[in-house]
Write a protein that binds this ligand. Structure first.
Ligand code: CU
Length: 285
C-alpha cells in the first residue's frame, strides 16, 4: 500500500514538473496535457492573461459566497428546523445591496476589459505593416509595396515532416517579423471567412472577403510562435497553420533582402480577386 502511494506521488510529481517546464520551451505551441494558456509573448497577451486571472478570482469568490448562502438557507430554513415560514416579502436594505454589489463587480471587470479591447485593437505607432490574406487553405503574407515581399505559407505535409517539426503546425515559409517592433496586421480573405489566431500573442482576427480588419502585436523575445486558422473554412481548415518567427531587427532586414529575390518569381495571387483557391489547395493532402 505504502509502495503504491509512493508511486502515485512520484507520478503526480512528474506530471507537475512536466507542466511547469512545458511553457519554458523555446517555441510557443500547444503541449500534450496542457491545462493552462500558452505563455504570454506579447504585451496584449500579458494584459489578457492578467485580466483572465482577475476575472477568475472574482468568479471564484462569487461562486463560493453564493454556494455558501445556498447551503446555509437549505440547512437553516428546512421545514424541520423552520416549520413556520416568515411572511416578509420586502427588505429595502437587502434589495439595494443585491443590486449595487453586482453592479460594482461588473464595473470592476468592465474597466480593465474595455481598456484591453482598445489596447489590442490597433497600435498608433506601427514599425511595419503586414497584410495577411486567408486562402482555402493557406496564408499569404504581404509586406507592402515598399518591401515587395509577398508569399504563400503552406503547411508541411505529414510525409515531409523533418525531425523536430510539428504536425499541422509547421509551414514551408514562416511569417518573419522583427522582435521588439510593433507589427500592424491587416487581415482579409480571398475566398471564405478565415481567422488569424496566435494564442501566445493573443492575436485573433477574422479574415473576411471584401473587408480589411486591423490588429497588431509585438513579440519581445525572438522565437517561433504557432497559431492556426480558427474559423471553420472548409475541408482543409486544419491544414492552414501559422508559424511566426521573430528575429532581431538586423536579421529581419537581411531576411527581407533575401526574401525579395527568393519570392520574386513566386509572387502569389495579389489580392482577393485573383485567387484560385480550390485548385491550389489540391496539393496539400
Ligand atoms: Cu481558414
Amino acid at each position: 500500500m505504502k509502495n503504491l502511494a509512493g508511486r502515485v506521488a512520484v507520478l503526480f510529481g512528474a506530471i507537475l514538473v512536466t507542466l511547469a517546464l512545458a511553457p519554458a520551451a523555446m517555441a510557443q505551441l500547444p503541449q500534450p496535457w496542457q491545462m493552462g494558456m500558452q505563455a504570454a509573448a506579447s504585451p496584449v497577451a500579458e494584459n489578457l492573461q492578467s485580466l483572465h486571472t482577475l476575472v477568475l478570482w472574482i468568479v471564484t469568490v462569487v461562486t463560493i459566497v453564493v454556494a455558501a448562502l445556498l447551503l446555509y438557507v437549505i440547512f437553516r430554513f428546512s421545514a424541520k428546523r423552520n416549520p413556520v415560514a416568515s411572511r416578509t416579502s420586502h427588505n429595502t436594505l437587502i434589495e439595494v445591496i443585491w443590486t449595487v454589489v453586482p453592479v460594482l463587480i461588473l464595473v470592476v471587470i468592465a474597466i480593465p476589459s474595455f481598456r484591453l479591447v482598445y489596447f489590442e485593437d490597433r497600435t498608433a505607432n506601427a514599425d511595419i505593416t503586414i497584410k495577411v490574406t486567408g486562402h482555402q487553405w493557406y496564408w499569404e503574407y504581404d509586406y507592402g509595396t515598399a518591401a515587395k515581399v509577398d508569399f504563400n505559407s503552406r503547411v508541411v505535409a505529414d510525409e515531409d515532416l523533418k525531425p523536430g517539426e510539428h504536425r499541422l503546425l509547421d509551414v514551408d515559409n514562416q511569417l518573419v517579423v522583427p522582435a521588439g517592433k510593433n507589427v500592424r496586421v491587416l487581415t482579409t480573405s480571398a475566398d471564405v471567412i478565415h481567422s488569424f489566431f496566435i494564442p501566445s500573442l493573443a492575436v485573433q482576427r477574422y479574415a473576411i472577403p471584401g473587408r480589411t480588419i486591423e490588429t497588431w502585436f509585438r513579440v519581445d523575445k525572438p522565437g517561433t510562435y504557432y497559431g492556426e486558422c480558427n474559423q471553420i473554412c472548409g475541408a482543409n481548415h486544419s491544414a492552414m497553420p501559422i508559424s511566426i518567427k521573430a528575429v532581431p531587427e538586423a536579421e529581419f532586414q537581411a531576411w527581407l533582402i533575401e526574401a525579395k529575390t527568393k519570392f520574386a518569381d513566386a509572387t502569389p495571387t495579389t489580392g482577393p480577386t485573383l485567387a484560385a483557391p480550390v485548385a491550389v489547395a489540391a496539393n496539400i493532402h
